[in-house]
Ligand binder design. Sequence first.
Ligand code: FAD
Ligand code: NAI
Length: 471
Amino acid sequence: MQRYDVAIIGAGPGGYVAAIRCAQLGLSTICIDNMRDQNGDPSLGGVCLNVGCIPSKALLDSSEQFYSAKHHLTDHGVKCSGVELDLATMMARKNNIVKTLTGGIETLFMKNKVTWMHGLGRLIANNQVEVVLEDNSTKVVGAVNIIIATGSTPTAHEDIVVDGDRIVDSTGALAFDEVPKRLAVIGGGVIGLELGSVWSRLGSKVVILNRGKKLLSRIEQTVAKEAHRLLQKQGVDIRLGATIKEVKVTKKQVAVVYKDEEGEQKLQVDRVLVATGRQPNTAGLNAEAVGLNIDEKGYIEVDEHCHTNLPNVYAVGDVVRGPMLAHKASEEGVSVAEQIAGQSGHVNYQTIPWVIYTSPEIAWVGKTSQQLEDEGVDFREGVFPFKANGRAHAMNETDGMVKILSDAKYDRILGVHILGPHASELIAEVVVAMEFNASAEDIARTVHAHPTLSEAMHEAALAVDKRTIHI
Ligand code: FAD
Ligand code: NAI
């Protein structure tokens, strides 16, 4: 049996990044993963690269190009006629991007001398991992330290059978071979809004059925309400307070029965996307036998340094508490690798940015005003709309705003919420600022290039002190 300094189960952004960092720090490292690509070949990168962040963003961009060519370019004085969708090419482009990036991780593993094994790993006694290989034989790997990074899968429902054809989860909705005329999306969360927008832009009549009575109830409500309005304006039909009663495949369609405030409602659609959350992958880990603590929701219990209750066994990413985000998984992976190497790894959970890739994008970091009110924190807010930003006008993308919340007494930035063009990129400035405990005044006194979208951030910071220039 070969023995390593570190064995990692899972090669998503948590596991593969941990593996590379361990190897950089001189630790002999093996990464065990069971993901396969569309052709059935082993593929590194986990959900994020294979069926998550990367393919979804590839389709978001492609669908935006299509929508823009059809609806927006004329505003710029660019006449386009005969704009047609070539879905096969769009999907092939997405698949190529996935292949390039997953192959890139293989190269990084080679460069950093990380050993990679394709198979299903489970914990056995004495810090060993038993791996079921392709031919069903098993191999035992010994390690001084183990990092579990097995990620998550879509939440299963007793009453909705995902058949991968007419009723799909996010993986299926990233690979439709034709644009469904009518698409019902069950769940108005991050996946529902992102993939719902993609298919809406490509021509589907999209109906989002959300159980909650508010869309995006946990984010800053000014942003959530405006995003709701804009999505409806784009043609996405959002129905709230919907309890699903039945989802049944008929000969040619899918019949969805749901109940809302007005009673029982029926929908006939061509396809259904189920996007009602994700659950951690702990089922096959043999946790109970080795005494690994799992909480009541299925997450591996860890402390703030990602230590499990077992000595030298760590867990990172979607399989532990906290947001299910690729960058959170990766930072935890780095932190654990550094702790194993005797350094002091650390993740600042207060400054993890979130992005929802709708159009316009939604991005935020830190607390919402609702949270601050609930906590009794005295705060000030500054809001600046993109309709008063020169670059946004030049781009013809003037919807949305930047909102900065800062401590009323010390002016320390407590939260920033953006709805607008390139919000995903704009948020980085304030994440850095918050890492340095900056005040809104610090942003207000920082020179921002003109004309840029970042000037909206500058003006929102000025607005905290009621001294905007352009509004
Ligand atoms: P995963 O990426 O889930 O990787 C876990 C790996 O472990 C997988 O390869 C799995 O096959 C393997 N595995 C599981 N069990 C075993 C076992 N027993 N033995 C061997 N291998 C095993 N996040 C963002 O930050 N930004 C986005 O834009 C974004 N978009 C998303 C879009 C979609 C459609 C989805 C579904 C998710 C998206 N996410 C996004 C979330 C992001 O993908 C996850 O947070 C991230 O992948 C978690 O990383 P991880 O390493 O914890 O796990
Ligand atoms: P989610 O938790 O974001 O949203 C689920 C939604 O479904 C909620 O609005 C909830 O009210 C609703 N819901 C739950 N059960 C329902 C039911 N039975 N009927 C109708 N509605 C129901 O989950 P989602 O969208 O599946 O995404 C999972 C996670 O993946 C996200 O929370 C996020 O962590 C990650 N992700 C991140 C992305 C990003 O960073 N841009 C993109 C996509 C996913």
